[in-house]
Design a protein around this ligand. Sequence first.
Ligand code: TYM
Length: 338
Amino acid sequence: METPTTERKKVIFSAIQPSGTITLGNYLGALKNWISLQDEYRCIYALADLHTITVRQEPANFRRNTLEAYALLLACGIDVQKSPFFIQSQVCTHAQLAWILNCYTQFGELQRMTQFKDKAAKHADNVNAGLFTYPSLMAADILLYQTDLVPVGEDQKQHLELARNIAERFNGIYSPTFTVPDAYIPKNGARVMSLQEPARKMSKSDENANAYVAVLDKPEDILRKFKRAVTDSEACVRRAEGKDGINNLMSIYACVTGLTDEQIEKEFEGKGYGDFKTAVAEAVIEHLRPIQARFADFIKNKDYLEQCYTDGAQKALAVSARTLNKVMKKVGFLPKAF
Ligand code: TYM
C-alpha cells in the first residue's frame, strides 16, 4: 500500500522568557532543539513576555530585553518562513485561555510547583497571584496550538505534566478539545549546571556572573568562566557519580561537538583539567561565534524585527483563535455576534 504523503506534521510549540540574559543552559537545553526540529515538524515559537512580569520589570529594560531576545533567537536560527515566531503579549488568545484554564486548575496543583516555591522564596516581597497561576498560562500557550511536542529543559517538566493534566481534565469534562502534549527533552544538555556550584542549575538570575555563560558573552569572558569552573581533585576526565563539575563540562562539550562520553574520555586521557576546560571553552566560543555575528546584524535592523514579530503574531492569532473558540463554545459562553 502506498504511504500517504500529506500526513499531518506533528506540531511543536515552545517559548522562552525575555528576562535579560539568555544562557548556555537555555541554548543547549531548549533553543538548539527548537532550531533542529524546524524541518521535520510544524514549529511555532514565542517570547513569553507575559510570564516575565511575574517578577517586577523596569519598563525600558523590559522593552529592550524583549527586542534583543527576539533578535538573538533569530540569530540562533529560527527561520520565520518555516516557524511563526511571535511575542506572547501581542496575541490576546493566550491571556484569555489562561483565565479559562485557571478555572480548571486546582489550587493544590499550583501549590506543588517547585518553581513557584523557589521563586516565592526568592522574591518574598512580591509573591503575586501571577507567579502562582503562571503554569496555567503556560498550559494555555501550549494547548492553543494543539501541540504534540514541547522542547524544553528538565526544569519545565513539572509544568508540562500539569499542562497535560489540565488538557486531559478538560477533554474529560467536555469532549476531546486539546491535543495532550509530550515534553521533548534532550539527552545531553537537559540540565546545564552552574559552573560555580555544579549541583545547581545554571541560571540567568545567579548573582555570580561566573556561574553562567551567556550566549552573547565575549570569547575572553567565556574562556575565563570555564577556566574558573569548579571541578574535583581526581584530575581524570570521566563521567562518574560525585563528579558534578566534570559531568557538566562533559555534557556541554558533547552538545557542542557531537562527541560521545567515550570519545571525550579518550581525547583527554592522561591530560589535566586545565586542558579540558580550555577545550570546552574553545568549542563553546566557536559554536557561539556565528550566532553572535548574526545577532549584531539583526539587532541593527529594527524594522525587519518588527515585520517578523508582527507577521508571527498574525499567524499565531489565526491558529490559536480556532482553539479558543472551540473551548468557549464547549464551556457555554454565548457566541459573539461581531
Ligand atoms: P525559561 O525562559 O526559564 O527557559 C527557557 C528554556 O530554557 C530551558 N533551561 C535550561 N535547560 C537546560 N539547562 C538549564 N540550566 C536551563 N535553564 C533553562 C528551560 O527548560 C526552557 O525550556 N516557563 C518557561 C517559558 C514558557 C514556556 C511556555 C515553555 C512559557 N510558556 C510554553 C514551553 C512551553 C520558562 O520560564 O522558561
